[in-house]
Design a protein around this ligand. Structure first.
Ligand SMILES: NC(=O)c1ccc[n+]([C@@H]2O[C@H](COP(=O)([O-])OP(=O)(O)OC[C@H]3O[C@@H](n4cnc5c(N)ncnc54)[C@H](OP(=O)(O)O)[C@@H]3O)[C@@H](O)[C@H]2O)c1
Length: 347
């Protein structure tokens, strides 16, 4: 017996459209494996007359979010809003939780500023809350931290978690240009948004660090105390052995003291982060039993972020994991002289 799960999308932009495609395209997969079927019933957007790149015929499109959160057929609300601001976004999340909807979030600023409130609300109303897309794009770091045993205590986390800034710094070094020139190229290529100040000044990384420290270390860092260091005044560094990256670092001492940093750091060639280029991210997690483990992947992009959100959706309904070998028609060995060509820059 197939169970139908109603989905409401909050936002249908770069990420929302890719989430839409994944849900539509994986209809059969969900059906077969989970015996459930996801169906999008309503979508909240700012401008209902905007032309969409996906076929939304038959789906209720509204600029009134209450028409999504009050819909009794909707079980999960997937928030992929941008530009609405943290206050408006939390108002909508709050309303959806009160109506008993499970929540999948992407807005890191909204989550960072309202983490306690949103978690308390989700617990009180007994709804599932997932937010993989808020940190690290495609990297499944939040789920990893949530599933770690409390015995395996996290002592430190650090890494590169802002794709925009990393991309700009990579351009500076690659083309030997200054910061403003690199930022303009990144904007022209559509890699960064018109207003990238929160990325460059370190606030975006600070929001993400707060989320990681919250779930990984149970630490409630006050955002006002982070005061990240901006990379905007960096001049081009002409030193082949050192690269400057915007990093985050958070450490929890045995007496429960939290120490942190967000801003530029000079990294030597033998540091793994030295080779984290362009829009890639990496998060290191150093814990008492596992030692250091690293999580690496693309930190931005519509498809990459949507993949994390769709996995959140499956995760809410997945009771167990399944394994299955598929048919491979031919197998061929790769020649030793060819193997290094299989990797692109950053991989
Ligand atoms: N893009 C990435 O690579 C990436 C990576 C990680 C996380 N994220 C997060 O994912 C979220 C969505 O990003 P995106 O790139 O998809 O943004 P986007 O392309 O700007 O889309 C934003 C969507 O939100 C809707 N919206 C609803 N209310 C709004 C309001 N009051 N003001 C402005 N827009 C409103 C917009 O409606 P209209 O379509 O009618 O304008 C649009 O559909 C953001 O929280 C972002 O931080 C993005």
């Amino acid at each position: 017996m197939i169970k139908k799960i109603g989905v409401g999308l909050l936002g249908l932009g770069t990420v929302g459209e890719e989430v839409f495609k994944l849900i539509k395209g994986n209809h059969l997969f969900s059906n077969e494996k989970l015996e459930i079927e996801f169906e999008i019933y309503a979508i909240y957007v700012k401008d209902i007359n905007k032309k969409r790149n996906v076929d939304v015929s038959g789906i209720h499109i509204t600029s009134n979010y209450e028409e999504v959160v009050n819909n009794p057929d909707i079980h999960v609300c997937i928030e992929c809003m941008g530009g609405a601001g943290a206050d408006k976004t939390v108002e909508i999340i709050d309303a959806a939780i009160r109506k008993g909807k499970h929540i999948i979030m992407s807005s890191k600023k909204c989550l960072a500023y309202n983490m306690n409130h949103i978690i308390d609300m989700a617990n009180y109303y007994n709804v599932q809350l997932r937010f993989e897309a808020t940190v690290g794009g495609a990297i499944p770091i939040c789920r990893t931290l949530m599933s770690m045993s409390s015995e395996n205590k996290i002592n430190r986390m650090y890494g590169v978690i802002n794709a925009t800034t990393n991309y700009v710094l990579s351009l500076m070094e690659k083309y030997n240009i200054d910061f403003d020139e690199a930022l303009n190229i990144a904007k022209e290529k559509g890699i960064t948004e018109n207003d990238s100040s929160e990325d460059i000044d370190g606030w975006d990384a600070a929001y993400k660090m707060k989320i990681l420290a919250g779930i990984g270390m149970k630490a409630d860092i006050n955002l006002d105390e982070i005061s990240p260091v901006s990379v905007s005044s960096l001049v081009n560094l002409k030193n082949d052995n050192i690269r400057i990256k915007q990093i985050f670092y958070v450490e929890k001492s045995s007496d429960n003291k939290i120490m942190f940093y967000v801003g530029p750091a000079e990294l030597e060639k033998n540091n793994v982060m030295y080779n984290v280029r362009e829009n890639y991210n990496i998060v290191f997690v150093d814990s008492s039993y596992s030692g250091i483990r690293a999580y690496y992947g693309k930190g931005a992009g519509g498809k990459e972020t949507a993949s994390a959100m769709y996995e959140d959706l499956l995760d809410i309904y997945k009771q167990c994991y399944w394994f299955e070998l598929t048919d491979v028609t031919t197998c061929e060995k790769i020649d030793i002289n060819e193997i290094s060509n299989r990797f692109e820059d950053g991989e």
